[in-house]
Design a protein around this ligand. Sequence first.
Ligand SMILES: *Cc1c(COP(=O)(O)O)cnc(C)c1O
Length: 358
Amino acid sequence: MPRPIVARIHAAAMRHNLNVASRAAPRSKVWAVVKANAYGHGLARASRAFDAADGLALIEVDGALRLRDLGWRKPVLLLEGFFDESDLPELAAREIEFAIHCHEQIDMLEKARLDRQVDVHLKMNSGMNRLGFQPDQYRDAYQRLQAIPAVRSITLMMHFANADDPANAAMPVAEQIRRFDAASSGLEGRRSLANSAAVLGHPELAADWVRPGVMLYGGTPGGKTAEQFGLQPAMTLESEIIGVQRIRAGDAVGYGSRFVADKDMTIGVVAGGYADGYPRHAPAGTPVMVGGRRTRIVGRVSMDMITVDLTELPDAGFGSKVELWGRHIPIDEVAGAAGTIGYELMCALAPRVAVIED
Ligand SMILES: *Cc1c(COP(=O)(O)O)cnc(C)c1O
């Protein structure tokens, strides 16, 4: 028998969430973002669940080729473009679109002398200061691309730093839009701007294409909870209680004896730990569901086990079902307790966890 920890992936929730994105941006086409193994949900599975999307976007070159092998015929986009010029002929042959964010990539594209045309997405650094051309270099880059015979189309692309926090004083959404509009005005091409936070929070910025990621998996991009946005969790991480300890006031639990009982308690041991992707930094008090009831973890998360408080759950014991996150315990709540975001927990689901689709 395998260990009792499993991740259930809810394909119907993924379809529902894609619909939420489409309804929020009714005049836009949708790139469903499936990087990082579809945020831990499985690339092949996501390509089926998102069959209504207009295209799939990701970071990994091998993943893009795999989507073609899986029979995905609609557009595929590499959000950071290619990393090595040796990839270019195959990307062109398999009709994979890619971002261009720096002059070095344009140099490679010029040299490649491709015999198939490509669709490129010219990225502007409109204030986030990660990838992209500065606004004052954008037109130059555009013209260099236009002069390459193998370039069939240029989409104008940027990314928001604070779409979940529009008033962020260091770089407000409005300032990024102002820079983008000024530097791209008059340039022909479709516009692609919005991640999940912008789709949900700024539908007026949806433009020609939107690029939702985390919302498709039922995670919140920030601002409100996933439930408030009408999103359904796409992953439930469940396990079972594999041991029970009755401890006395003053007894300590786990490595470092970080949790000391202030009364007599019943402790359940869950099969699952940081080697499964549960965050080691989750503190005592992080919510967990046992036998259908909400309780909390206590003590340090270890590699293969998590200890939980069963004191008020007299019906719980060996074999009780545990939900670490999912339909009842929002992944964002666990992430928040551990000082991170739902994105990271989804992506960190470990390969040793069995995955079941339901
Ligand atoms: C990851 C990514 C997205 C999706 O972001 P979410 O916050 O998950 O919606 C969109 N655009 C680009 C360029 C990305 O890298």
